[in-house]
Design a protein around this ligand. Structure first.
Ligand code: HEM
Ligand SMILES: *[C@@H]1O[C@H](CO)[C@@H](O)[C@H](O)[C@H]1NC(C)=O
Ligand SMILES: *[C@@H]1O[C@H](CO)[C@@H](O)[C@H](O)[C@H]1NC(C)=O
Ligand SMILES: *[C@@H]1O[C@H](CO)[C@@H](O)[C@H](O)[C@H]1NC(C)=O
Ligand SMILES: *[C@@H]1O[C@H](CO)[C@@H](O)[C@H](O)[C@H]1NC(C)=O
Ligand SMILES: *[C@@H]1O[C@H](CO)[C@@H](O)[C@H](O)[C@H]1NC(C)=O
Length: 339
């Protein structure tokens, strides 16, 4: 008996080692194919990573939520013309950026922290570290400080000299969008949609959402005057208190994961299984019985390490979306405006 289970255990660890290797190779491939490298600033700004890290630590001490906000900021950057810091550009009299696009307006945040870190970087290494790389590293550090996985961030992105409000409106998924319409890589190589999309939604393990992003579920999901039947009734009641039907302030916020709002863990998936996913886009991953995503959701509820590994791999993929390298773009001095 003991020997048999020992063998099984050995077999399992070989399997796990094999899987880890595959993930590692995938990650390596993702890193080397586009000119980005984790050691990009090794000589030109050796302090870059530690400056960003301590900037995140300071910011999180002041406000726990900021980690979530910075993770999301990187996502919203990458989905619009690639990870090029386009999301950071302010509107001016003759320029329209992405900040007023529907998925961003009154919602994305963290710009002040980015400014602060950038000014530290400029003090040490003027004109060297891009705002796009800052966002990618800040997202990683935010996940780490929240208790999530760590990964090496390929670096060497440059900053855009343009933005697209239009694409920010259409490319960033809205809450009612089923995951099948969400193809994270459709604007790059078109490969794999389901896996990364599903596991990256695990980012909702941390942070807050405004009432406006899910209120329809509480009162009038399909226009029949009824709440979303997939929502747990106790949870529904709690949410209705914060977001009254005829209330006028839909800026009120609730945690995306009420169990551990600022800890990066698998409670996000456990909530979904318990009919307590907050956003439609979360709930939809599970509620279609027999769907491929439902099996993953269930799997992740009990497999933290698998979730962490896949999340890290998928973050690298997302971070690698259409970087500007070589002489394309620029290294902005101020993340809010072009040089
Ligand atoms: C199906 C795709 C997704 C949809 C529909 C979606 C939608 C949303 C919405 C509606 C909010 C609340 C915003 C508000 O009310 O102000 C939110 C918050 C958030 N999202 Fe997503 N999201 C998606 C994917 C992702 C991904 C891929 C990540 C990161 C890997 C992510 C990270 C976050 C985080 C961390 C927050 C909380 C931000 C904060 O507290 O400031 N989301 N998302
Ligand atoms: C836009 O306005 C700024 C001043 O706000 C000016 O410096 C810049 O040259 C203008 N750009 C274009 C393309 O007109
Ligand atoms: C629910 O939505 C439908 C369609 O948008 C609308 O006609 C109806 O008045 C709404 N009901 C309530 C109670 O808000
Ligand atoms: C809110 O307004 C709707 C009509 O739009 C009404 O049917 C409903 O009873 C009101 N709810 C509350 C709690 O007053
Ligand atoms: C939400 O807050 C923004 C500013 O942060 C404000 O412009 C908007 O009117 C607010 N919306 C509501 C419904 O209170
Ligand atoms: C699907 O339905 C079966 C039988 O009703 C149930 O046992 C199972 O938990 C459901 N799975 C999901 C993912 O909802």
């Amino acid at each position: 008996m003991a020997r048999a289970s020992g063998l099984r255990l050995q077999f399992r660890s070989v399997l796990i080692a094999g899987m880890a290797l595959m993930i590692w190779i995938q990650a390596l491939h993702a890193q080397s194919s586009n000119g980005l490298s984790p050691h990009y600033y090794h000589k030109s700004c050796p302090e870059a990573l530690s400056i960003i890290k301590s900037g995140i630590e300071d910011a999180v001490k002041k406000e726990a939520r900021i980690a979530a906000s910075l993770l999301r900021l990187h996502f919203h950057d990458c989905f619009v013309k690639g990870c090029d810091a386009s999301v950071l550009l302010d509107d001016t009299a003759n320029f329209t950026g992405e900040k007023t696009a529907a998925p961003n307006k009154n919602s994305v945040r963290g710009f002040g922290v980015v400014d602060k870190i950038k000014s530290e970087l400029e003090k040490k290494c003027p004109g060297v570290v891009s705002c796009a790389d800052l966002l990618a590293v800040a997202a990683r550090d935010s996940v780490v400080i929240s208790g999530g996985p760590v990964w090496d961030v390929p670096l060497g992105r440059r900053d855009s000299r343009s933005a697209s409000k239009n694409r920010a409106t259409t490319n960033i998924p809205a809450p009612p969008q089923p995951i099948r319409h969400w193809k994270p890589n459709s604007n790059s190589k078109g490969s794999n949609s389901l896996g990364p999309g599903l596991v990256l939604s695990g980012g909702h393990s941390i942070g807050l959402s405004r009432c406006t992003s899910f209120k329809a579920r509480l009162y009038n999901q399909t226009g029949n005057g009824k709440p979303d039947p997939t929502l747990d009734t106790t949870y529904l009641k709690q949410l209705r208190i914060v977001c009254p039907q005829n209330g006028t302030d839909d800026n009120q916020t609730v945690p995306l994961d009420p169990v551990t709002p600022f800890k990066f863990d698998v409670n996000y998936y456990k909530n979904i299984v318990a009919s307590k996913g907050l956003l439609n886009s979360d709930e939809i991953l599970y509620s279609t019985n027999g769907s491929k995503t439902a099996a993953y959701v269930k799997f992740y509820t009990t497999h933290t390490q698998a979730f962490f590994q896949q999340f890290a791999v998928s973050m690298i993929k997302m971070s690698n979306l259409s970087p500007l390298t070589g002489t394309r773009g620029e290294i902005r001095k101020n993340c809010r405006k072009m040089n």
